[in-house]
Write a protein of this length. Structure first.
Length: 207
C-alpha cells in the first residue's frame, strides 16, 4: 500500500519507512507537491491533523485516494513549563517562536539555547512527544500519542552521538546510559516516541 507522509523531513520519512516496511512511504516532495501548511494548533494532535488534512486535499486534487500519515512532535522540558513543545522546530526562546524577520535557528543553535535557559536547574526531566495520525478522509482517522522519557544533559560539552537529528544529542536516556543520538537506527525505531506511534498505527494497517 502507498501511504503519504505529510512532512518535508527526509529523516522522518526514513524512520517511518523502517517501521512500515510492507508499505511504500511517499512524501509530498516525491511528487513535486509544495507542502508547507501553517501549524496553528495548540497541541501536537491539532497540528498533526492540520498537516494530514492539508495533504489529503492536495493528493485528492491529483485523483489519489491513498491514506495519509502525519505527525507533530517535539521536546517538552518540565523545568521550562513544557517548552519548547509544539514550537520545538522553530524555537527561539520565550516569546520568540518562529523566524519572522530573521533566520530560523538550526538544531545546534536551538540545543544551545535550551541548555542556556535550563542552566543549572537540577530538574532535568524531559521527554519527546509524538502525536501521529492515520487519516483516510477529512473526518475519518486514527490517532496515537507516545513519548520517550529522558533527561536533558547538564552542559553543552556533554552532547554525544552523531546519529538522529534535532534535540537527540541532548536527551539522555538513563536506563541505557546514552543519548538518543547514540542509538542505532534499529534501537531508536523500537523505543522512540515516533517509532512507538508508528508501530501502533502499523497494527491498524495489518503490518
Amino acid at each position: 500500500m502507498t501511504i503519504w507522509f505529510a512532512t518535508g523531513n527526509a529523516h522522518k520519512k526514513a524512520e517511518l519507512a523502517a517501521v512500515l516496511q510492507e508499505h511504500e512511504i511517499r512524501i509530498p516532495a516525491d511528487a513535486g507537491i509544495e507542502f508547507d501548511p501553517e501549524e496553528t494548533g495548540a497541541t501536537f494532535l491539532e497540528n498533526a491533523l492540520i498537516k494530514a488534512r492539508a495533504l489529503y486535499r492536495l493528493t485528492a486534487e491529483k485523483g489519489l485516494a491513498d491514506p495519509i500519515i502525519a505527525d507533530d512532535s517535539g521536546l517538552c522540558v518540565d523545568a521550562l513549563g513544557g517548552r519548547p513543545g509544539i514550537y520545538s522546530a522553530r524555537y527561539q526562546g520565550v516569546g520568540r517562536y518562529g523566524s519572522e524577520g530573521g533566520k530560523k535557528p538550526d538544531a545546534a543553535e536551538r540545543n544551545a539555547l535550551l541548555l542556556r535557559e535550563l542552566g543549572d536547574n537540577p530538574n532535568r526531566k524531559a521527554r519527546f512527544v509524538c502525536a501521529m495520525v492515520l487519516l483516510f478522509s477529512e473526518d475519518r482517522f486514527f490517532a496515537v500519542q507516545e513519548t520517550l522519557e529522558g533527561e536533558i544533559i547538564s552542559r553543552a560539552e556533554g552532547k554525544r552521538g552523531g546519529g538522529g537529528f534535532g534535540y537527540d544529542p541532548i536527551l539522555w536516556l538513563p536506563e541505557l546510559g546514552r543519548t538518543v543520538a547514540e542509538l542505532s537506527e534499529e534501537e531508536k525505531n523500537r523505543i522512540s516516541h515516533r517509532g512507538k506511534a508508528a508501530m501502533a498505527l502499523a497494527k491498524l494497517l495489518g503490518g
